[in-house]
Every structure is written in structure tokens, then in C-alpha cells.
Design a protein around this ligand. Structure first.
Ligand code: NDP
Length: 819
């Protein structure tokens, strides 16, 4: 073909990127060993696995298959390195991260080619998106390493971090994990995905080049069943950071429950792409190309559900099909292709299966007229119309180049359809009416919302999910907290003079009663010890009921339980709450969700008012503490004073814990909004009956959540005495619900409940484990004390930004601007 012919047809000519350098690098290194202590090590069992080029289905390289013995060696290396790395000055760590960023840029072309060969994604994307974002991530976190001491005072690195990453953005996911971990002083053992190990191995070589101290970063290739599971269960690992499927995330949540390991999960999605009728349809079509055909649709935040306003649907679908007809599928190293290869035959099969399900369920499938190459794993861009919202293809993450389209009539219908998913990772909103777009964005249950744009990422703007898309954020300042913990948590000594009560912060709290029948629906313990009643009985003048929906409600069981003083004298009774009471309380908490939309000023006023009404009855509350705990009156009075002060603090924070405006490198801003999580289940500790209760409930409601609180079973009367305080403080019904009874049984019901969005458990180590395990059901966020008591009087332990962070989740709204 000569130039004149090309002008005639205007066809694309071949524009291949050369694989030679990458192939030479592979040939020189393979078979690849494991990267432990900055050395290449043969796997313990001598086994190797093959990595395939999905665009040709030919073998690319042989890499080591690590075993659990190799995991032990890598964790030991990381442990030893942690001693030194965690004490290395922030400035020194910043220099290393800066050097890594520079070296990534130096090797950018090789990394891009390797990534395309190994994953099948187009060179245009690896060269222009993946690798630049990787470098940016290390530069950005070099800054946080430098600033850690001044910006995160009182925080320490968590230790050795096990990081497990998927195959869809191999080097970018590595960067998202390793950069913040190292910046905060942690050491790392990372497992790349089975299908895409090569850029991680080149990254290991870069670690040698920059002279990173041995053991700070260790990289183990191999199978999930060998490496992944061993890392998750390893007692020497302090945190697991995982990106991948929701199912594996759920298993990891269960496997780490009660282990005290910190956990962040970035999981699947089924993100809506919402088009209003005033949107610029040509831009929308290009947006859709980026939303669902970027990386072959193998993107956790892919805009895989097109929601289009009914009156423009036909026009948009017509334009879209015209554009799809022109998309090019082919070899990942061809610079002129739009869509590369699917990562593996297994993934291709899964996409084919789900597409067939869509057809079988009655949706209308459309694909372009041209055929895909046949020598690799390719799938054409596919559009489904006539899709019903409840069908499989509208609900299940396909993780392929498949778009399902549905229509809506009104903005509220669009929001309802968009939120009709168990996921909550991302959403795009397209409208030329910015008022409409910014009204819709906060209503979407998603960690990232893109206005008139899609699939934008930057290190400054945290990324992560709501609901079953996981918890924790990567990027931004919020992402740093995933890799640190409060320094006080590491010290065992505690000042006992303040209360004479708590003897050690790491006190193992005993179970309140040893024998819980968790299936017992009424929660009533047959063995309630009447024989413990000592004569003569003190007067029992009233039994507080439960507090549900702003009203006092009789417990469903019809039973009550005794409350004893330290001398085992009965001092009162409270309702014996059960499963049904919790269900009613959760329902009331949901019904009060308007609390989140209240102005922050209004929430602050109500918290001040609660403090004021508590202060009026301070002496009575102090006496109640004395009665329940046997502590001195002065000590109890100081607990009441601390509770009033705490209410003031969260009243103050209600209108001050605000979001941030980021300036990512684009013409526009991202608005990082701190949003309430929803309904939070809370169980209170036994120490400090009033302060423990207030310290947990106040930050949760200050941030706009509604709560179902189980007070200390040992000393519940301080919480039940608050009913009247709440009733006289204009607190709307249902914002705070209180169910007394067996903490362990009620915590289990809350943790199992699919309509509870987060669970804060303060109680025992066993209870913490049960709550973390059960939370995997709907992947609710958990915050547990692992049976370690806090000193609630201490400001760092009992009142801090930690509480506010646990009460909020960050949504980043991307708003590009300019003509
Ligand atoms: P997985 O969730 O299985 O894999 C992600 C990572 O976890 C890989 O490194 C994998 O190792 C590892 N892994 C798998 N099982 C375990 C385990 N039990 N314990 C510890 N680590 C484990 O995703 P798949 O690759 O199997 O893809 C399946 C589906 O998951 C896709 O179709 C897609 O829907 C979704 N997915 C979502 C991603 C996201 O970004 N949210 C990314 C990738 C997939 P190995 O590679 O050796 O199996």
C-alpha cells in the first residue's frame, strides 16, 4: 500500500510499538525469582509458572511460584527491615520515594511495553495513563513522607503490610499500595496477580537501583492459594491491603476477623453513567468509550450501566452504535487500537457466559459488524438495550467491554436506579446544567462521582468504595490513615490516677457472661441469678424501657434484666432487648436518615442543647455512676463533666469537620466531601458508663449518622437516664436508638444486619472477632477494640479525629471546568 492508497481509503496503517527491549529484558532475567531482602531468590519448592501474552496467547515469561515457606521468609525480612525503616526520618523516606518516581519515569517506555505485553491492554493506555499515574503517585507520597511528622502527629506506621493486587492495572495498583505504605514508614510484602507479574518484577529491580534498604519491599509471585492465603493469615503481618473481587474480599474479611490486622478492601463495582437530556451527546459518546471500553472494561469503576433520560435515549443509542462501529480491537502494542485483549481465557469465558445470560434473559444485544482477531483473547464492544434493572447483566459486575443501557424519566428516578446496586464505587453524571449535576452527585452512593467526565484518577484524590465495593481509601490524605495507627495504641502503661479504675490499656476485657446463646431469639438468659439477690432489696422504682424512634418502647421479649452494683446488690432493671428490638431500632434509624441532610449548624445546636440538659442534671448522673461502679463521687462527677465537654467538642466539630478541594493536574477541581456512613450500630464499653456511651454516640450523630446503641450491659443506667435528656433537647426521633440487653447477642444481630452500614464494637476480644467476621455479609465497615480497654478520659484515646474519621466516608466529586 502506498501513500496515495492510504489517502484514498483513510484506513489506519500499522503503528506497532517494538517489543524488542522488553523481550530482551525478559530473556535476560527469566526464570524470575522471588524478591526478598533485595535479592532474587529461588522459590522454596523450585516451581515456576508461565505468564502469557493475552494478545497472542503465547508464553511470555516464567516466574517463581512462591509457597508459604517463602511467605515466611519475606515477612521475616519485612519485619526486620521495619525496625529500621519505621525510625528512618521522613525526609530520608521522601528521598527514596522521589528516587523511585524518577526511576519509573526513566524506565517508562519499558514498563509500558511490559504491561501491555503481560496484560493485553493497549500501549496507548499504559504509556499515557498507567505509567504516568504510577510516577505521580510516588512523587505525591514523597511529599507525605516529608510531611508525616508535622501533618500526622501522634500516629505511627502499622508495621508489615501484606498487599494483594489484581491484574487489571498491575503496576498502578502496586503504586497505590506501596507508595503510601512506605511513605508512612511501613514495610511491604506484595503479591502481584497470577496473570500479570512482570511490571512488579521490573519494579523490584528499580528498588535495587535506588538502593532501597533490604526487606523494605518484598515481592512474591505465585498462586493465590499459596501466597495470597498465607499472607492473609500470617501472624507477622499487621495489615492487609487488597484490591480484587468482592468474593475474595469477603473471604479475607472473615479470615482476618479478630486477628487485630488492619484491613482495607477495594472491591468490585457496577457504576452508573447517568446522561440527562441537556448533555452534549458527542461528549457523552466519547465519555462512554472511556467509561466502558477503557482497559477492555476490566475496570472496577467502569461505567457499565448507562442510564439515559428517556427522551434522548434513541438518539444517544444511535450515535453510540455509530461510534462502536469505528472502534478498533487488536494487538496491545498497536498504537492505533482502542481495545486490547482480555487478560485470560478464563476471564473471556466469564464475559461470554454473562453476555449469553443477558441474551437469555431477553435483553437486546448489539455488536459492531467487524470481527475480532482470533489469535488472542478478544471480545468485541457490546451494548445491551431493553434491559430490566433486576436482571443479571444489570446487577453483576461483568468486568469486560459490555455496556447495559436503561432509561429514566426524572432526576429522582435516575438516582434510584443508580443506587439500585449492592456496590458503590463510582458514578458519572452528564448534564450541561451544573446545578442539576451537583444536586445529583451527593445523592449517589459512590466513592467517586465524575461530573461530565469519567475514569479520572489522581494521587491527591482518594479512591475507594461505599457498601460492597469495600472500605478504606487509596490516595489523598485520607489514604494515609490506612497505613498508620494512633501512637498511644502501642503503649501498655496507663495513667490510673485519673480514674483509679482502668489498670492497663491493653486490658483483656472479660466476657460479661460466659455463656451466650446467640440463637436465642429473646436473648433472655434462663439462668438469670435470682439467687444472687441479696436481702433486703433496695427499692426498684422504675424499669427503663428501650428507646426506639424517639419513644420509650417495651422490649419485645417482655423480659427485663437486673443491674447490680459492685457488691452484687440489685440497683435496677432494664429491658432485655432482642433481635426484633434491634430490627425495629434499625428501621427507626433509617427512617431518621433526614438527619444527614440537616444543616451542620442545626446538628451542632442540638448537641450543645444535649450538653446543656445533661449539665442541669449533672449531680444525678454522677450519683448514678457511683451507684453502678462504686467509684468516688468526685471521680464520677469528673466523668459527667468530661461527657459534657465531649458533647461540646462534637457540637464544635459538627460544622467544622469539612471537606477539601483538591487541585489534581487537570482543568478543574475535585471536591472531597465528608459524608455520613448511614446507620451505625454501636456497643459500649463497660468502663465509664456515661462517658463511653457519649464518646461514641456523639461523634457518630455529629457527622449526620443515625445510631443504634447497646449500652454497657454492666452499667446501662447512665445511658437509659439519657432518654429524657434527648427528649428535651430537640433530638429528632430515631437519630439515637438505645437497646439494652446482652451486648454480645445484640452485637451479633447488628453485625449480621444488612441494613446496618457500619459497626463500632467496644467489648471483648471474642466479640470483636465475631463482629468482624459477621460484617462480611454486607461488607459493612467495622471499628472494634479487640478487647483492649481505652482510657476514655484521655483526650487522645477518648476524643480525637479518629472518631470523626470512623463516622464519615469521603466522596470525591470531580468537576472539570473551562470552555
Ligand atoms: P481475585 O479477586 O480472585 O484476585 C485478585 C487478587 O487476589 C489476585 O492477586 C489473586 O491472586 C488474589 N487472591 C485470589 N484469591 C485469594 C485468596 N483467597 N486469598 C488471598 N488472595 C487471593 O480476582 P480475579 O482475578 O479472579 O478476577 C475475578 C473477578 O474479580 C473479575 O471478573 C472481576 O469481576 C473482579 N475483579 C475486580 C477487580 C477490582 O479492581 N475491583 C480487579 C480484578 C478482578 P491470583 O491472581 O494468583 O489468583
Amino acid at each position: 500500500m502506498n501513500v496515495m492508497d492510504i489517502f484514498e481509503t483513510m484506513d489506519y496503517g500499522p503503528a506497532p510499538e517494538s517489543p524488542n527491549l522488553a523481550q530482551a529484558w525478559i530473556a535476560e532475567h527469566q526464570p524470575f525469582g522471588l524478591f526478598i531482602n533485595n535479592r532474587w531468590t529461588a522459590p522454596a519448592n523450585g516451581q515456576y509458572i508461565e505468564s502469557i501474552n493475552p494478545a497472542t496467547s503465547k508464553p511470555l515469561a516464567r516466574v517463581a511460584a512462591a509457597t508459604s515457606a517463602d511467605v515466611d521468609a519475606a515477612v521475616a525480612a519485612a519485619r526486620a527491615a521495619f525496625e529500621m525503616w519505621s525510625k528512618t526520618a521522613g525526609h530520608t523516606r521522601a528521598r527514596y520515594l522521589y528516587a523511585i518516581a524518577r526511576h519509573i519515569q526513566k524506565h517508562a517506555r519499558l514498563l509500558a511495553v511490559l504491561e501491555s505485553l503481560d496484560n493485553g491492554k493497549s500501549i496507548r493506555e499504559t504509556r499515557d495513563i498507567d505509567i504516568p499515574l504510577v510516577a505521580r503517585h510516588f512523587y505525591y507520597h514523597a511529599g507525605w513522607a516529608q510531611l508525616m511528622a508535622s501533618e500526622l502527629p501522634g500516629y505511627e506506621p502499622v508495621g508489615v503490610v501484606g498487599q494483594i493486587i489484581p491484574w487489571n492495572f498491575p503496576l498502578l495498583m502496586l503504586a497505590w499500595k506501596i507508595a503510601p505504605a512506605l511513605a508512612m514508614g511501613n514495610t511491604v510484602v506484595l503479591k502481584p496477580a497470577r496473570y500479570t507479574p512482570l511490571t512488579a518484577l521490573k519494579f523490584a529491580e528499580i528498588m535495587q537501583e535506588v538502593g532501597l534498604p533490604p526487606g523494605v519491599v518484598n515481592i512474591l509471585t505465585g498462586e493465590a492459594s499459596q501466597v495470597g492465603e498465607a499472607l492473609v493469615r500470617h501472624p507477622g503481618v499487621n495489615k492487609i491491603a487488597f484490591t480484587g473481587s468482592t468474593e475474595v474480599g469477603r473471604n479475607i474479611r472473615r479470615a482476618t476477623a479478630g486477628s487485630g490486622k488492619k484491613l482495607s478492601l477495594e472491591l468490585g463495582g457496577k457504576s452508573p453513567f447517568i446522561v440527562f437530556d441537556d448533555a452534549d451527546l458527542d461528549s457523552v459518546v466519547e465519555g462512554i468509550v472511556d467509561a466502558i471500553w477503557f482497559n477492555q472494561g476490566q475496570v472496577c469503576c467502569a461505567g457499565s450501566r448507562l442510564l439515559v433520560q428517556e427522551n434522548i435515549a434513541d438518539r444517544l443509542i444511535h450515535k453510540l452504535r455509530e461510534r462502536m462501529e469505528k472502534l478498533r480491537v487488536g494487538d496491545s502494542l498497536d498504537k492505533a487500537i482502542d481495545i486490547g485483549a482480555i487478560v485470560s481465557p478464563g476471564q473471556l469465558k466469564e464475559i461470554q457466559r454473562l453476555v449469553q445470560t443477558g441474551v437469555d434473559e431477553g435483553a437486546e444485544m448489539w455488536q459492531p459488524s467487524w470481527a475480532c482477531p482470533t489469535d488472542g483473547y478478544f471480545f468485541p464492544p457490546t451494548l445491551f438495550t431493553n434491559v430490566s434493572p433486576a436482571t443479571t447483566i444489570a446487577q453483576v459486575e461483568i468486568f469486560g467491554p459490555v455496556l447495559v443501557a436503561m432509561t429514566f424519566r426524572t432526576p429522582s428516578e435516575a438516582v434510584a436506579l443508580a443506587n439500585n446496586t449492592r456496590y458503590g464505587l463510582a458514578a458519572s453524571v452528564w448534564s450541561d446544567n451544573i446545578n442539576l449535576a451537583l444536586d445529583v452527585a451527593p445523592k449517589l452512593k459512590a466513592g467517586s462521582v465524575w461530573v461530565n467526565c469519567t475514569n479520572l484518577f489522581d494521587a491527591s484524590s482518594g479512591f475507594g468504595g461505599y457498601r460492597e465495593s469495600g472500605f478504606g481509601r487509596e490516595g489523598g490524605k485520607e489514604g494515609l490513615y490506612e497505613y498508620v495507627h494512633p501512637a498511644w495504641g502501642n503503649h501498655t502503661a496507663v495513667d490510673t490516677s485519673a480514674n483509679g479504675h482502668v489498670t492497663a490499656q491493653f486490658l483483656e476485657l472479660p466476657l460479661t457472661d460466659g455463656d451466650h446463646d446467640l440463637d436465642d431469639d429473646n436473648g433472655y438468659n434462663e439462668a438469670t441469678p435470682y439467687d444472687k439477690l441479696a436481702a433486703p432489696l433496695p427499692t426498684i422504682d422504675r424499669t427503663p424501657k428501650l428507646f426506639i424512634g424517639g419513644k420509650q418502647a417495651r422490649p419485645d421479649s417482655g423480659y427485663s434484666r437486673f443491674v447490680y452494683d459492685p457488691a452484687q446488690q440489685v440497683i435496677g432493671e432494664v429491658g432485655e432487648g432482642n433481635r426484633k428490638d434491634i430490627r425495629n431500632a434499625v428501621e427507626s434509624a433509617h427512617a431518621a436518615s433526614g438527619w444527614a441532610a440537616n444543616s451542620t449548624h442545626n446538628r451542632a445546636q442540638i448537641l450543645f442543647y444535649i450538653a446543656e440538659n445533661l449539665a442541669i442534671r449533672a449531680e444525678e448522673f454522677a450519683r448514678r455512676i457511683v451507684e453502678q461502679t462504686g467509684r468516688e463521687m468526685a471521680d464520677a462527677a469528673s466523668e459527667v463533666e468530661a461527657s459534657i465537654s465531649r458533647l461540646f467538642s462534637y457540637a464544635a466539630w459538627a460544622d467544622k469537620y469539612e471537606g477539601t478541594v483538591h487541585r489534581p493536574p487537570l482543568r478543574g477541581v475535585t471536591l472531597a466531601m465528608k459524608e455520613p456512613i448511614g446507620v451505625i450500630g454501636i456497643t459500649c464499653p463497660d468502663e465509664y458508663p456515661l462517658l463511653g456511651f457519649i464518646s461514641l454516640a456523639a461523634p457518630a450523630i455529629a457527622m449526620g449518622n443515625t445510631v443504634v446503641v447497646v449500652p454497657s450491659p454492666q452499667s446501662p443506667l447512665s445511658a437509659t437516664d439519657c432518654y429524657q435528656v434527648f427528649e428535651t433537647s430537640d433530638l429528632p426521633g430515631g437519630v439515637v436508638n438505645i437497646v439494652t440487653g446482652d451486648r454480645e447477642m445484640l452485637a451479633q444481630v447488628l453485625a449480621d444486619h444488612d441494613d446496618v452500614d457500619a459497626m463500632w464494637y467496644f467489648g471483648t476480644a471474642e466479640g470483636s472477632q465475631r463482629v468482624e467476621f459477621a460484617s462480611a455479609g454486607n461488607m459493612k465497615r467495622t471499628w472494634v477494640d479487640s478487647g483492649r480497654a481505652r482510657n476514655w478520659l484521655d483526650a487522645a484515646q477518648g476524643e480525637s479525629a479518629e472518631f470523626l474519621r470512623e463516622a464519615t466516608q469521603i466522596k470525591n466529586i470531580w468537576v472539570p471546568y473551562g470552555e
